[in-house]
Design a protein around this ligand. Structure first.
Ligand code: ASP
Length: 606
C-alpha cells in the first residue's frame, strides 16, 4: 500500500461527464458501493465532488481486474482509467455522472477498511447516537459535505460583505469573565491562580462594546459562544454566533445593514431574492396579533380581540372573563369547520395543558353553528361575533377567555398547531420579521427582582426613561430581534454608553453597587473614558444555516455536535480527569450523582 504509487490525481469523481469521453483520468476516493457481476466488477467511487462508476474487467485490464477482487466498501483507492460512454440502456439518470463510466486499467489500494458500524449509503436510516459516535463516517455522506461547503460559502459571503462595509474582524478572548446572557457559565479553573476561574463567553458582548470604546467603529466576529443550559430545545452548549457592533448608529442603521447583508447572503448562496425592507412589528403588536414575539408570518390567522362584544355577552364564561379584567380573543381557522369532535377535544386538551381554563370552539357548517356553547348565546349575538371574526361557512372559530397573556400565548400556540394540521405552511418560503420595542425588564417572581429581557447592557428608550424608577416593567428597550419562519435568528440592541444610565440599570435589576463594581468595574470605567454611542446585533449562525437549508436540527450544520445532554459521543467528553490534574488545579470533587463523578472522586481520594 502506498500513496498511489506513481499515480497523480487528475480529476474529482463528480467532475467527469460526456465531454471527457476518451480521456485517461486518475481518480482517488472511497468505495461507495461494489458489485460483482461474475466477469465484471463495478465500483462506485466517491470523493467530495461526487460519485462515478468504475468498471474492472479482464477485457479492459486483467491485472487491474484481479487486484480489484478484494476491494470492499469504504476501501480507499487510486485508479487510472479511460472515461467512456455507458452502453445504451445502462445509463443511470439518478446519478450526476450517470451517462459515463471509467474503464479501469490500474488500481492501487491506498487503504483497507474493516466492516464499518454503518455505511454512508445507509446513514439516513441509522440511529443518530451511532452516527454521532462515528461522525466521520456520517460526514462521508455526499449530502453532509454539501452542507459544510455551503456553510463555508455563507461565512465567506458575510466576511466579504462586512469587509466591503468597513468592518474589521477581531477575535475576543475565550478565557474571560462571566458575560450574562441568561444562561449558566462554563467555568475553567485557573492552575496559576488557585481558587479562581475563567468563564467561557456566553457572547463577546462586553468585548465588542470595549472595541467601540477603543474607536474601532465597526466590528464583527464569527464567535464561538458557550451556554450551559438545560438542552431541552434544539440547542448546543457551544455554538457559533455572527457578532456585530457599530458606533454612532441608531437601531434603524443596524437593521438596514443586516437586512442588506442577509439579502446578499440568500442571493449568493441560495439564489433566492428576499424582499426588503423586512416587515417590522413591535413586541406588543406581535403578541396581540400572533400571540408570540416570534411570529411565523408564512400564513395569516391573526388573533382577534372580541372583548368588547364578549363583555356584553349572555354567555357567562365570556362576560365574566372580561369583568375580571381579562380578555376574550379568538382565531379563525379557514376550512377547519369539518374537524371531528375528537380533534376538537384534542385541541381543547392542548389549550388546557398550555395554561388556559378552556377552549371555546364554533364550527361553521352549512346547516348552522356546531358548538357546545352555541345555545348560551342569543342568535343575533352569535352572528355579530362570527361577523367580527370574518367567519365563513367551513371555518372553525376558537376563543380563549382569560388573562391577556394567557389568551395570547395559548392562541399563539394553537395558531401554529392549526397551520400545521391544515397544511398552511409553505416550507420553501422565507419569511422574516423584525420585532422591536421589547420590554427592557421583566419581573422574576422566584427571585423577587427585575431582570433584563435581553441583557443588562441594553439601553432603555428615551421616551420611557422617566418610568425607570416608578414602573420599570413598562420601560421599553432599544432592542430588536430578527425572526425567520417563527424562529428567532438574531437579536441586539443599542447599548448604554453613559455610566450613570448603566449604573441605574444595575441598580434596578438589584445588583448592588459594590457587586456591579466588582463584576463590571472595567466596563463602568471604560464608559467614563469617552464611550461613543454604539449598538449591535448577533445572529445564531448555525440556526440561520439550518433554516436556509430546511434542515431539522442545528446538529446537521455542526461538524461535531453534542447530544442533548451536552456530551460528545465520539470523544466521550466530558470525561473524568487524572487525580494529578485535579490536584494541580486545587480541585476536589464532591461525591456526585453520576458514576463518572463518583469515580473521579475516588481517584482523587486514593
Ligand atoms: N450579545 C447578544 C446575544 O448574544 C447580542 C447583542 O446584543 O448583540 O444575544
Amino acid at each position: 500500500m502506498g500513496n498511489g504509487g506513481c499515480l497523480k490525481r487528475t480529476h474529482g469523481c463528480g467532475e467527469l461527464s460526456l465531454s471527457l469521453v476518451g480521456l485517461e483520468v486518475v481518480l482517488m476516493g472511497w468505495v461507495h458501493k461494489r458489485r460483482d457481476h461474475g466477469g465484471v466488477i463495478f465500483v462506485d467511487l466517491r470523493d467530495r465532488t461526487g460519485i462515478v462508476q468504475v468498471v474492472f474487467s479482464p477485457d479492459i485490464d486483467e491485472v487491474a481486474f484481479v487486484r480489484a477482487e478484494p476491494v470492499r466498501a469504504e476501501y480507499v483507492l487510486a485508479i487510472k482509467g479511460v472515461v467512456r460512454k455507458r452502453p445504451e440502456g445502462t445509463e443511470n439518470p439518478n446519478m450526476a455522472t450517470g451517462e459515463i463510466e471509467v474503464a479501469a486499467r490500474e488500481i492501487v489500494i491506498l487503504n483497507v477498511a474493516r466492516a464499518l458500524p454503518f455505511y454512508p449509503t445507509e446513514a439516513a436510516n441509522v440511529d443518530e447516537a451511532l452516527r454521532l459516535r462515528y461522525r466521520y463516517i456520517d460526514l462521508r455522506r455526499p449530502a453532509s459535505w454539501r452542507v459544510f461547503a455551503l456553510r463555508h460559502q455563507a461565512a465567506l459571503v458575510i466576511r466579504k460583505f462586512l469587509t466591503a462595509h468597513d468592518f474589521l474582524e477581531v477575535e475576543t478572548p475565550l478565557l474571560t469573565r462571566s458575560t450574562p446572557e441568561g444562561a449558566r457559565d462554563y467555568l475553567v479553573p485557573s492552575r496559576v491562580n488557585p481558587g479562581s476561574f475563567y468563564a467561557l463567553p456566553q457572547s463577546p458582548q462586553l468585548f465588542k462594546q470595549l472595541l467601540m470604546i477603543a474607536g474601532f467603529e465597526r466590528y464583527f466576529q464569527f464567535a464561538r459562544c458557550f451556554r450551559d443550559e438545560d438542552l431541552r430545545a434544539d440547542r448546543q452548549p457551544e455554538f457559533t454566533q455572527l457578532d456585530i457592533e457599530m458606533s454612532f448608529v441608531e437601531e434603524r442603521d443596524i437593521r438596514n445593514l443586516t437586512e442588506e447583508m442577509l439579502v446578499t447572503l440568500f442571493r449568493e448562496v441560495l439564489g433566492v431574492e428576499l424582499n426588503r425592507p423586512f416587515p417590522c412589528l413591535t413586541y406588543a403588536e406581535a403578541r396581540e396579533r400572533y400571540g408570540t414575539d416570534k411570529p411565523d408570518l408564512r400564513f395569516n390567522m391573526e388573533l382577534v380581540d372580541v372583548s368588547s362584544l364578549a363583555g356584553k355577552s349572555s354567555c357567562r364564561v365570556f362576560a365574566d372573563a372580561v369583568e375580571r379584567g381579562g380578555v376574550v380573543k379568538g382565531i379563525r381557522a379557514p376550512g377547519a369547520g369539518s374537524f371531528s369532535r375528537k380533534m376538537l377535544d384534542e385541541l381543547s386538551k392542548l389549550a388546557v395543558s398550555w395554561g388556559a381554563r378552556g377552549l371555546a370552539w364554533f364550527a361553521l357548517e352549512e346547516s348552522g353553528v356546531r358548538s357546545p356553547l352555541a345555545k348560551l348565546f342569543r342568535p343575533p349575538e352569535l352572528e355579530t361575533l362570527i361577523g367580527r371574526m370574518g367567519g365563513r361557512t367551513g371555518d372553525l372559530l376558537l376563543f380563549i377567555a382569560d388573562r391577556q397573556e394567557v389568551a395570547e400565548e395559548v392562541l399563539g400556540r394553537l395558531r401554529l398547531q392549526l397551520a400545521d394540521r391544515l397544511g398552511l405552511v409553505d416550507n420553501k418560503q422565507f419569511s422574516f420579521v423584525w420585532i422591536t420595542e421589547f420590554p427592557l425588564l421583566e419581573y422574576n417572581e422566584d427571585e423577587k427582582r427585575y431582570e433584563a429581557v435581553h441583557h443588562p447592557f441594553t439601553s432603555p428608550r428615551d421616551e420611557d426613561l422617566h418610568l425607570m424608577e416608578s414602573h420599570p416593567e413598562r420601560v421599553r428597550a432599544k432592542a430588536y430581534d430578527l425572526v425567520l419562519n417563527g424562529t428567532e435568528i438574531g437579536g441586539g440592541s443599542i447599548r448604554n454608553h453613559r455610566r450613570d444610565l448603566q449604573e441605574q440599570l444595575f441598580q434596578v435589576i438589584g445588583l448592588p453597587k459594590e457587586e456591579a463594581e466588582e463584576k463590571f468595574g472595567f466596563l463602568l470605567d471604560a464608559l467614563d473614558y469617552g464611550a461613543p454611542p454604539h449598538g449591535g446585533i448577533a445572529f445564531g449562525f448555525d440556526r440561520l444555516l439550518m433554516l436556509m437549508l430546511h434542515l431539522e436540527t442545528i446538529r446537521d450544520v455542526i461538524a461535531f455536535p453534542k447530544t442533548q445532554s451536552a456530551t460528545c459521543l465520539m470523544t466521550e467528553a466530558p470525561a473524568p480527569v487524572a487525580p494529578k490534574q485535579l490536584q494541580e488545579l486545587h480541585i476536589k470533587c464532591l461525591p456526585a450523582l453520576t458514576d463518572q463523578g463518583v469515580k473521579s472522586c475516588r481517584q482523587l481520594d486514593s
